[in-house]
Design a protein around this ligand. Structure first.
Ligand code: SAH
Ligand code: SF4
Length: 354
């Protein structure tokens, strides 16, 4: 794990082990580290005051130098289907959006990994203002914890995580790794890596590091075009990592982790949704375990596209399926509150400087 990126005063970003080191350095027994990790992630402690079983002196010392900076709710919106969009504030006043999505098995949470995004995809709302800052591992994990607090009132909880909110998680790789460790830890949220999906626009070197990390999360790759010429028009990242590098890395990921890779392909009317393109896509991805997820494009006012008509989406799906490739159409959730992928953006006024 990259040690240098973490602020060791930021307890929400520290692992159980690191909290043990911290408490030991303060003269407390090491097992207090595990206790603190549990208080943070199982009991949602906001302050050391809540840990009444601890000596008062220790609590006061921690409160002074290692405050627990939890996310706070600015605004929430609930759609009729149960989809819930949360606008959460971080300690420097920056804000982050998190979405809770209902399924038959419970809820998934769509976690943001950055404030804004540097990748500049031509169809997405998240990158309109560029990348403002990275989220810490604690800020990412606290989105999940906050989601659980909200769902507690509905007698439900989060059972899957999609790192598919605002930002490019592979452009925040060290914090992403730390986040995965935090939410996976049995003393905390205890989520299986297999129930976590990380979505990327295709940063190939980071994909390799993820494949080799020993964390068998599902990889989702935003493809959106079946050839370099078109992908380059939609996604500037294709200049650095063209399909000739991206697809072999997806194959490597599948082989290394034993996990089927998901290809996300959003359909833009008259741009990438033709029959010829469906054939091209199928030929591009066939030959290793994967799955194609067709995403109806959610309109973003600033971008000039139109979503593909439903009949065209189904035609595209059936062509891909003819090649024996598993291909589904994503359910549209939370439409009336703009909670869908790629639509998240901060509609609030700009945050006040700290
Ligand atoms: N940066 C990562 C993860 C966040 S974006 C990535 O690009 O994969 C999550 C998904 O939403 C991506 O597949 C992205 O291409 C898609 N997306 C972006 N804008 C969209 C829109 N307006 N409608 C539907 N999907 C969109
Ligand atoms: Fe960033 Fe993903 Fe949006 Fe592209 S699609 S701008 S990578 S959030």
């Amino acid at each position: 794990m990259t040690k240098s990126i973490v602020d060791h005063n930021d307890v929400l970003s520290l692992t159980e082990q690191e909290l043990g080191d911290l408490l030991e350095s303060l003269g407390a027994p090491r097992f207090r580290g595990r206790q603190l990790f549990e208080w943070l992630w199982r009991h949602d402690a906001k302050s050391y005051e809540e840990i009444q079983v601890w000596p008062r002196e220790l609590r006061e010392r921690l409160q002074g130098s290692y405050p627990i900076s939890r996310l706070s709710l600015v605004q929430s919106q609930v759609a009729t289907d149960g989809t819930t969009k949360l606008l959460l504030a971080m300690k420097d006043g920056q804000r982050v959006e998190t979405v809770l999505l209902p399924h038959r098995y419970g809820y998934s949470v769509c976690v943001s990994s950055q404030v804004g995004c540097a990748m500049g995809c031509k169809f997405c709302a998240s990158g309109l203002k560029g990348r403002v800052r990275q989220l810490t591992a604690g800020e990412m994990a606290d989105q999940v914890a906050y989601g659980n607090l909200v769902l507690h009132e509905r007698s439900s909880k989060i059972s899957r995580i999609d790192v598919m909110g605002i930002g490019e998680p592979m452009d925040n790789f060290a914090n992403l790794m730390r986040f995965l460790e935090l939410v996976h830890a049995p003393a905390g949220l205890n989520l299986s890596y297999r129930h976590i999906t990380v979505s990327t626009s295709g940063l190939v070197p980071a994909m390799q590091k993820l494949a080799d990390s020993g964390k068998p999360v599902t990889l989702a790759v935003s493809l959106h075009a079946p050839n370099d010429a078109l992908r380059l028009k939609l996604m500037p990242v294709n200049r650095a990592y063209p399909l000739g590098q991206l697809i072999p890395m997806c194959r490597y990921y599948a082989e290394r982790t034993g996990r089927r890779v998901t290809f996300e392909y959003l359909l833009l009317d008259g741009v990438n949704d033709g029959e010829e393109q469906a054939h091209e896509l199928a030929q591009l991805v066939r030959g290793f375990p994967n799955h194609v997820n067709l995403i109806p494009w959610n309109p973003v006012d600033e971008h000039p596209f139109q979503p593909s008509p439903k009949a065209r989406v189904r035609r595209f799906q059936s062509i891909v399926q003819e090649y024996g490739i598993s291909c589904t159409i994503r359910r549209e959730l939370g439409q009336e509150i703009d909670a869908a992928c790629g639509q998240l953006r901060l509609r609030e006024e700009e945050p006040v400087s700290p």
